[in-house]
Design a protein around this ligand. Structure first.
Ligand SMILES: Cc1ncc(COP(=O)(O)O)c(C=O)c1O
Length: 382
């Protein structure tokens, strides 16, 4: 059977392939975006896990928008006004898919930063969106390029990760947040704010969300994968009711609703008295690992390689002198370290500047030190 045209153009995920190769026990993987499984708050889930056998109602079909007590909790936590609603989704990735399927016709323009999150490129590719990119600076998207793209392309939406971007770790400045919100209102573009790393800040002050400045022109994607557990597969989408109702319709067709026992488990976890303490523990753990990776990179890498400092998230972006980054990643793998080369994060690979994405959350400090030593040996020989 011939596969759909929309799927024919989608590349299989390079990261999944490299992750498969990186399971070799001699390889230190800085390739994935995995939280450390030792941080999973199983103890904080235990009271709900023990109570669930008596909660028969969660084993019945549930409401498409989600499990009532969880939705109430999230409405309160996110301080949603009456005009807004929340939907529980199967990971925030499903939220993105629902947005794309509810709003994008083939050929509709979506603006993204370059580089961009690979999973978003796959989702927008599947609905045959016209993906137009604007370059990213140290403080967020290039605002002139963004306004020109808004003028020239009349896009439906601008998708972005303003807090600790995947892959670059960039966190948008306050001025950029305000300016982007203003542009979205001015040009009537919906802002899709993907915020899976927002709570993983380990230094500096939290900034307001971009959507705080344009609440009527934005949809926010929330993930619990990095702060609780990705295997639960529960995320959430928030936005004004008129933006989100079409998503409920698409979700009915997609999976009726997300797993209710898993939503109940997440609800129990989020309202546990020690959840805040758990959050500060993972922030401290990841801060320590980031400091190890960052200082080793600065100590050991050749001067032609530049490392960007980050205040949170899971990734460090290392820019390199001109080279074939795919060949380099292959060579690094043969030398026992897995990384992701920059071109996979661009809808048009030819626009990529040479760089590597390194993850610091899923390796122990001694492994990070060893990984940088392997990395610099190969880079120095280039
Ligand atoms: C930017 C971004 N958005 C969304 C996701 C998907 O998250 P979830 O596990 O909530 O589906 C990821 C996962 O790595 C991500 O990096």
């Amino acid at each position: 059977m011939e596969i759909a045209h929309s799927l024919q153009q989608i590349q299989s995920s390079y990261i999944r392939e490299i992750l498969a190769a990186a399971t070799d026990k001699n390889v230190i993987s800085l390739a994935g975006g995995l939280p450390d499984e030792k941080t999973f708050p199983i103890d904080l889930m235990r009271p709900t896990l023990e109570a669930i056998p008596d909660m028969v109602e969660v084993f019945q079909y549930g409401a498409t928008a989600g499990y009532g007590p969880l939705l109430e909790h999230l409405t309160h936590t996110f301080k949603l006004p009456d005009s807004h609603m929340v939907i529980a989704t199967t990971g925030s990735q499903q939220g993105l898919d629902l947005i794309a399927r509810a709003y994008i016709n083939p050929g509709d323009t979506v603006i993204m930063e370059a580089p961009s999150y690979l999973g978003a490129m796959q989702v927008f590719g599947l609905v045959q969106a016209n993906m137009v990119t604007v370059p990213q600076t140290e403080s967020g998207p290039d605002l002139q390029a963004l306004e020109s793209a808004f003028k020239a392309e009349a896009p439906k939406m601008f998708y972005a990760v303003p807090d600790f971007h995947n892959p670059t770790g960039v966190c948008w400045s306050l001025d950029t947040r305000k300016a982007v919100a203003k542009l979205c209102e001015q040009y009537n573009v919906a802002f899709i704010e993907d915020a899976p790393y927002r709570e993983l800040r380990f230094s500096g002050e939290a900034l307001p969300m971009v959507s705080d400045f344009c609440p009527q022109h934005s949809i926010v994607l929330r993930s619990f994968s990095k702060i609780a557990s990705p295997g639960l597969r529960i995320g959430a989408v928030t936005g004004k009711v008129s933006y989100l109702e079409p998503l409920v319709k698409v979700k009915q067709g997609a999976d009726l609703h997300s797993s209710v026992p898993m939503q109940a488990l997440l609800h129990g976890l989020l309202k546990h008295d020690n959840f805040e303490l758990h959050m500060s523990k993972i922030q401290a753990l990841y801060h320590e690992r980031y400091q190890v990776l960052n200082s080793e990179l600065k100590k050991q890498l050749p001067e032609s390689c530049k490392v960007k400092d980050v205040d949170g998230g899971m990734f460090v972006w290392v820019t390199l002198p001109e080279c074939d980054t795919f060949a380099l990643a292959k060579q690094l793998l043969a030398n026992g370290v897995a990384v992701v080369p920059s071109p996979v994060f661009y809808p048009d690979e030819s626009q990529a500047t040479p760089a590597l994405r390194l993850n610091f959350t899923n390796a122990e400090p001694n492994e990070l030190v060893e990984a940088v030593s392997r990395l610099s040996t190969v880079l120095k020989a280039l």
